[in-house]
Every structure is written in C-alpha cells, then in structure tokens.
Design a protein around this ligand. Structure first.
Ligand SMILES: [Zn+2]
Ligand SMILES: [Zn+2]
Length: 160
C-alpha cells in the first residue's frame, strides 16, 4: 500500500492514522490533541465532535503492524474504566527508557498535554490537573487490554 501524506500536525508519517469526516488524515494522537483543545479539523476547520474520537475511522496501512511490533520485553499500560490501555509505541519507549535510567518520574507530551509518569506511585496525571490520577503498570502482557492510547482493540487486531 502506498505511503500516506505526512500528518499535517507533526509532519511525520501518520502513526495509527485516522480519517476525519472531512476526509483529512492525521495521527490518532495528533487529531485527538487538536480536537480536544478545539473541536475542528486542524487543516480545514470543519467542526468535529470530540465524540468522534471514541470510534475513529482507522485507516489500514503498513504502519499498523508497528503497533504490535513493540520490540521490547515489557509494555506500559494505563488504567481505563474496565481494563488497561497500552501506551502508543513512542510513549511506551520513552517511559521504558526513563524507567531503565531509574528516574523517579518522566514528563511527556501526549496528545497536546504534558503528563507526569510517576514511577514511585506508579501513576500518571496531567501536569496542570494533578487530581486526575490513573494507575499505570509495567507488564509483559495483560489479558484485560482495551486497546492502544484510546484506540479500542476492536478497531484492529492486536497481539502482544
Ligand atoms: Zn501526527
Ligand atoms: Zn479537514
């Protein structure tokens, strides 16, 4: 399959690409970050309901196997309502690197917000909203996985 155009937000090959109703294509996390802050397509300003992010239209491309091809032994998860979300590959790699370096916490930009990943509490929270804490875990597998970074597993096959 042909490569997609670069994501208009981050200028990289789209990671977990989704197509908005206006048919523009972005990384899932880039679109999520933009739409949560301003519910419009970042490119053409078409109104996009934030609820669109709950059931996004994922585009099948060669980049999809990248989701499952996490070339690491341990995976990082954060707590959802009835299971665990796997962090996306880039975030997972950054968390694992900080953990391996025995840093007490790491701050990461995820979908437009700064999150603190706290290894002592094994929790994550938004830096500006420290009250909203989610548990995190480092594990080889988890049977109650919901999906990746807010993308439900029903959108694509996943094996870890
Ligand atoms: Zn992007
Ligand atoms: Zn658009």
């Amino acid at each position: 399959m042909a490569n997609l155009e670069p994501c208009p937000v981050c200028r990289n090959q789209p990671s977990h690409p989704i197509k908005l109703p206006c048919s523009h294509i972005f990384c899932f996390l880039c679109a999520k970050g933009a739409i949560l802050q301003n519910p419009k397509c970042p490119l053409c300003r078409t109104n996009i309901s934030p609820s669109f992010l709950n059931n996004p239209h994922l585009i099948q491309t060669e980049s999809i196997p990248e989701i499952t091809d996490l070339n690491i032994e341990y995976h990082w998860f954060y707590e959802g309502y009835d299971g665990w979300w796997l962090y996306d590959k880039q975030t997972s790699t950054e968390i694992e690197n900080a953990f391996q370096n025995q840093e007490p916490f790491v701050e990461l930009l995820i979908a437009g917000f700064i999150y603190v990943i706290d290894f002592e509490e094994m929790a994550q929270y938004r830096k500006e909203v420290p009250g909203k804490v989610r548990k995190i875990q480092r594990a080889k597998t988890d049977p109650k996985i919901k999906g990746i970074a807010g993308l439900k597993t029903s959108s694509f096959p996943i094996q870890i």
